[in-house]
Write a protein that binds this ligand. Structure first.
Ligand SMILES: NC(=O)c1ccc[n+]([C@@H]2O[C@H](COP(=O)([O-])OP(=O)(O)OC[C@H]3O[C@@H](n4cnc5c(N)ncnc54)[C@H](O)[C@@H]3O)[C@@H](O)[C@H]2O)c1
Length: 253
């Protein structure tokens, strides 16, 4: 049986680790040629090696998504390398560290906005321009379940993700007539370096995360990747503008 995204070209940002790496691997396993992108070149090349070892096709193109010149070069490089770009998973993101609203470090706040929200918009801007003028495509954004919750100590981060949800809705409404679908996945706590770093030596946070998920466990990166790739595939052809929690039910609490 052909893969879910056979014959398509997919771009994944933040693909040197975690959810992005899983997404790049699932895209490739499902038949796409994949551009792996990240600021972390060593990790990105490792992802490419994993895909090639499994028989898939991938290249690495470095990009800091908060820099528009680099984003423009990434989209142009994707199209140049594989002759098109049908799917984009805008996944790169970071947090500002655990702090109450009044105590968030200003530098961390600014960087979180610059990468998550402005960077997410820059990626979308260049992808939409290409897709709208080349017969359509699909964009999926990694938002976060925290964008729907009052989860403590992550306010700036959650605000950027709520901003992304709105950007997704607006883009979906504007670009539907051009054949572009735009959706978001909202992961709950997922076992990646980002969460391990936040937990650090704070077992209370780990316990809080476990308790926050009705399905009773933290998720795996590939569980988010599967949803993202499906939303980029023709199997979800009548879905646009949704913010899909992939969270073991966390937003129900
Ligand atoms: N892990 C979770 O529990 C969780 C939950 C909700 C949402 N998310 C979101 O999922 C996405 C992936 O997170 P993850 O958990 O895999 O984290 P991760 O830290 O393992 O991976 C994030 C990747 O993004 C890259 N990155 C950071 N800044 C970048 C920039 N300016 N330009 C390009 N790449 C950059 C990093 O180098 C890294 O490889 C993020 O957007 C994160 O906010 C994660």
């Amino acid at each position: 049986m052909p893969g879910l995204v056979a014959g398509k070209v997919a771009l994944v940002t933040g693909a040197a680790a975690g959810i992005g790496r899983s997404s790049a691997r699932v895209f490739a396993a499902e038949g796409a040629r994949v551009v792996v992108s990240d600021t972390n070149a060593a990790g990105g090349r490792e992802t490419v090696d994993m895909i090639r070892e499994a028989g898939g096709e991938a290249v690495f193109i470095p990009c800091d998504i908060s820099d528009e010149e680099q984003v423009a070069a990434l989209v142009a490089g994707t199209v140049e390398t594989y002759g098109g770009m049908h799917c984009a998973h805008n996944n790169a993101g970071l947090g500002h560290g655990q702090a109450r609203v009044a105590d968030i470090d200003r530098t961390g706040w600014d960087r979180t906005l610059a990468v998550n929200l402005t960077g997410g918009w820059l990626c979308m801007r260049h992808q939409l321009r290409h897709m709208a003028s080349h017969g359509g495509g699909t964009v999926v954004v990694t938002s976060s379940a925290t964008s729907l919750l009052g989860f403590p100590l992550t306010a700036g981060y959650a605000a950027t993700k709520a901003g992304l949800n709105q950007l997704v809705r607006s883009a979906a409404a504007e670009y539907a007539e051009s054949g572009v679908r735009v959706n978001a996945v909202l992961p709950g706590p997922i076992a990646t370096d980002m969460v391990t770093r936040s937990i650090g030596d704070n077992p209370a946070l780990k316990e809080q995360l476990d308790r926050s998920v009705p399905l009773g466990r933290i998720g795996r990166p590939e569980e988010v990747a599967e949803a993202a790739v499906w939303l980029c595939s023709d199997r979800s052809s009548f879905i646009t503008g949704v913010a899909l929690p992939v969270d073991g039910g966390q937003v129900l609490r």
